[in-house]
Design a protein around this ligand. Sequence first.
Ligand code: CDV
Length: 312
Amino acid sequence: MSRVLTVGCAQLGPIQRRDTRVEVVQRLLALLHKAHARGCQLVVFPEMALTTFFPRWYMTDQAEIDSFFEDSMPNAATQILFDEAKRLGIGFYLGYSELATEGNRRMHYNSAILVDRRGKTVGKYRKIHLPGHAEHEPQRPFQHLEKRYYDVGDLGFPVWRAFDGVVGMCICNDRRWPETYRVMGLQGVELLMLGYNTPEFNAAIVEPAHHRMLHHFITMQAGAYQNGTWVVAAAKAGIEEGCMLIGGSCIIAPTGEIVAAANTLGDELLVHDVDLDATTPIKTSVFNFAKHRRPEHYKLIVERAGAVPPPE
Ligand code: CDV
């Protein structure tokens, strides 16, 4: 039986601070309806798909910070998206900021959930590689305070049996790390979904703008090929509150080739027929892990975080 899944990659244009959740959800619904018209069974929305990318601002009022978070999912604003997706028989990945209560602690996660075609939540992922900084750095033109506003995800990198395959999730900066792909690759991932918000200007180092797009593609294409998996990456793009976010939403085959790519910085849907069996040739040849990996020589990867060069 063929395992071809028609997947939509739903790029969003900018979301400004004044935009309400209700208005944003209308945009998600418009993309969902387009996806339905084009036969999609699964749609991937971006990271933080309900709000502006608020870590660009330094804030000290916790109530103001919490206003960017959702304390339940679905909730009053998003229920219509869940209902409509179920009615249309479309599953989806949705990124949002999650406010969770654990005992008497309030935890803040940069999360994504996966909902199946019957409207059942299959899984949740909480972002592990939080980029940026925790303290206000006033010399920057804008902040990247994910390390201040979020807790490190506590759910690992699980995969799920869904959509006739083995699927996994990650979020934005995770895509730059080979560990993200390999941990899921070792669980047989066939389709990896991710959303992202990547500012075009790198406030941490001086680099040409085109490097941003190069690094975006190069890491995902390598991750796809080296693990024999499809990768679907959905951007929030365009000028958000004066800050340019790169577009570059794409669908990448297990060969590492880009098979669909966005050509705008606005709301845009890419569609591809994703053959999950196309993962097999890579998984059974050059990256047949059981046959070729040598974990006894990889111990440093889990024992050490920072690089330690040999003594002079
Ligand atoms: N939202 C992100 O994680 N953005 C980062 C920033 C640091 C560029 C990214 O890796 O794209």
